[in-house]
Design a binder for this molecule. Structure first.
Ligand SMILES: [Cu+2]
Length: 662
């Protein structure tokens, strides 16, 4: 019996009608059969065995000392041309890229895993390695707890016992760092969890420790005054929320013959789609070599796609909020994914895939159920038509394939989906849920007539959730029927006609962007345009160049200016779309190392205004939203979905879903 079949049989015995069955569901979830001992594809993530090899190589080179922090250990992808030529069953090299904090400085290392050798070791001057919230923290928490001014500030708040406090970093202390200084300073604050699990609802307001991470010193304790800790209900577990709603009628999806996709290692075949994926410690899901089989021929669409940065700036100028402008991928340590809950985060019938991450000493750890893969019936048709002459309807049911992971970044949980559709489109979705960041205020509510706080909204008594944004930059190395592509902007322009009763129509005005500055795009409701990546040398049946259309489905744009903090951070948000010539070292929209103010990543690269016509190009799309928090987002936010789509545009010669079976 295959593992998949065993899995299905177990699932069918489970009925989702009680908490017990939820528990069973977790136990019975079916992991992907591949154990990832050895990579089977050049783009597979690093395995546990490979992590141990990397560690051994560093150790033998004398670099793995007590104070060494391996901030990042990532697969160093083989050159694109090698991957494109690679054939299943043939050998390939394996290398790792590392970012290392060593003797107080940042280094980049390359380890050749196959030959077990350190092949690169380079100082990167003037940068802070990412991963602010890593393993250095427990020591910092200890020194804060012992600091007399911190203790005195807590006593002023009636807190003598620190055992119920959660003390953690809230942001780098950018606005407190002297100009030009490279010191790694962070601001840390505390929450009280003595009467609630959801400590984010119990902030100890106005008390901050500014800490030097390298010197392991508390630089100063700032206390701007006592604000009572809110004590309203903030927990969200079943025991905390009062009477539960009636459970809906049972509804179960069972794939009696197993899933409709084939998973071979990390290579997926489903309907006409073929792709590879891995879970990267910095950016999460990476999908590679995405192809669509058209009349028996696999056609390339996307060489690689992944989230490249996540920027969340807050809009409160006060001392303890002004620096909160998170670059969540750059600043977090590796291992974004957290285990998915079968039957809750993904359907019970999903296939769950483990991932391997490593800690600051390079010791690997397996994250169970880091990703899931499942087919999904959206309950709507792929297409239909009712013919009024024959009075017959032709309609086709649709099915999608979802690849999902969830990252919890502090208070927020983000659901990252790649949704493959039978019509040749890929929908890229982000679900935002989790806990909003809120501050405690002396005022109880709005009924004192003083009006709303300028920087946030009352969501509960003494609790103001602060205004902020979320931006997700996706890097899309599109290869439309080959590597050499161009970017085409088609603007809709109104023209006036010389005569006739109809005087105005809109027409489509095409423009190929010759350089990257010409391809910086912003969405305008009043000036619409289509953004397409085309292959000018491949044409379809009626002579159109083949292309994929990057279709925004609602987004926002930063209102901050680049000159002012934190506008210089997250500079990629000043445009919705950027197109760059492909460079293997340009992977993250805000650059490899986040800076407080310096122009970094996309704004800096595209200043070169490099040619992008008929070459290997990368499109960078930013999905985002302003978050003016509402009461219903508290104490836990309903999953809010935002998305965009890449969809075939003159890529096929007809609707690719026309031949779906009835
Ligand atoms: Cu938000």
């Amino acid at each position: 019996m295959t593992a998949a079949l065993r899995c299905i049989m177990k699932s069918s015995m489970t009925s989702m009608t009680s908490m017990t069955s939820m528990f069973l569901a977790t136990l019975l979830a079916c992991p992907a059969t591949m154990d990832a001992k050895l990579p089977s594809h050049p783009q597979d993530g690093l395995t546990e065995v490979e992590h141990w090899t990397i560690r051994a190589v560093l150790n033998a080179s004398g670099l793995l000392r007590k104070e060494t922090v391996l901030v990042r250990i990532m697969l160093r992808e083989p050159p694109k041309e090698d991957v494109l030529k690679w054939k299943r069953g043939t050998s390939f090299t394996r290398e790792a890229d590392l970012v290392v904090r060593f003797q107080g400085k940042t280094f980049e290392a390359v380890v050749d895993i196959t030959r077990k050798k350190l092949t690169g070791w380079k100082l990167v001057p003037g940068v802070h390695a990412g991963a602010l919230w890593g393993e250095e923290l427990p020591a910092l928490v200890r020194i804060i707890k012992r600091h007399p001014q911190w203790q005195a500030a807590l006593r002023r708040r009636g807190i003598a016992d620190q055992s119920n406090l959660v003390i953690g970093p809230i942001s780098p202390a950018f606005t407190d760092i002297p100009q030009g200084s490279r010191r790694r300073l962070i601001k840390m604050n505390a929450f009280d969890r003595s009467d609630a699990t959801n400590f984010f609802g119990r902030p100890i307001q106005g008390l901050i420790a500014v800490v030097d991470m390298d010197r392991k010193q508390v630089l100063r304790v700032i206390d701007t005054g006592v604000v009572p800790i809110p004590r309203g209900p903030v927990d969200y577990d079943p025991g905390a929320v009062g009477k539960l709603q009636k459970r809906p009628a049972p509804l179960r999806t069972i794939q009696s013959r197993g899933p409709g996709f084939r998973l071979d290692g990390r290579q997926v075949s489903w309907q006409n789609w073929r792709f590879h994926f891995r879970v990267d410690p910095r950016v999460g899901l990476v999908v590679s070599q995405v192809k669509y089989v058209d009349n028996g021929k696999p056609r390339s669409i996307l060489y690689q796609g992944h989230l490249s940065e996540l920027f969340v700036p807050y809009m409160d100028p006060s001392m303890d909020w002004r620096d909160r402008a998170y670059l969540d991928l750059a600043e977090n340590p590796g291992g974004l994914a957290n285990p998915l809950q079968p039957g809750l985060d993904c359907p019970l019938y999903a296939t769950f895939i483990d991932a391997v991450v490593a800690n600051g000493q390079g010791i690997p750890r397996r994250v169970e159920r880091a990703a899931c893969l499942f087919e999904f019936d959206p309950g709507s048709m792929a297409w239909r038509h009712w013919d009024f002459m024959t009075r017959r309807t032709e309609s086709r049911a649709s099915r999608v394939l979802v690849l999902r992971m969830i990252a919890t970044l502090g208070n927020y949980d983000y659901v990252f989906d790649w949704v493959f559709m039978q019509n040749g489109a890929i929908r890229i979705r982000v679900g935002s849920t989790g806990i909003d960041q809120a501050k405690a205020v002396t005022r109880r509510d709005l009924r004192d007539g003083k009006g709303e706080s300028p920087y946030g909204r009352f969501v509960a008594p003494h609790t103001v959730a602060v205004n902020h944004d979320h931006y997700f930059s996706y890097r899309l190395d599109l290869d439309i029927d080959g590597v050499q592509n161009s970017f085409l902007q088609e603007s809709l322009k109104v023209i006036e006609l010389p005569s006739g009763p109809r005087r105005k129509v809109w027409v489509v005005e095409p423009k190929i962007a010759k350089t990257e500055k010409e391809a910086r795009m912003r969405m305008h409701m009043a000036r619409p345009s289509l953004w397409r990546v085309i292959n000018p040398r491949v044409t379809g049946e009626v002579g159109n160049p083949v292309s994929y259309h990057i279709r925004p489905m609602g987004t926002n744009r930063s209102l901050l200016s680049a000159e002012e903090f934190p506008g210089g951070r997250g500079g990629f948000t000043s445009y919705h779309l950027w197109v760059t010539p492909r460079r293997p070292d340009e992977l993250y929209a805000d650059g490899k190392y986040p800076f407080p103010t310096k122009r970094n990543g996309l704004p800096q690269w595209t200043d070169q205004d490099r040619p992008i016509e008929n070459t290997d190009i990368v499109a960078w799309y930013t999905l985002g939203f302003h978050h003016v928090v509402r009461v219903e987002d508290w104490p836990v936010m309903s999953t809010k979905w935002d998305q965009f789509e890449i969809r075939p545009y003159n890529f096929f010669d007809r609707n690719p879903a026309i031949n779906l079976p009835r």
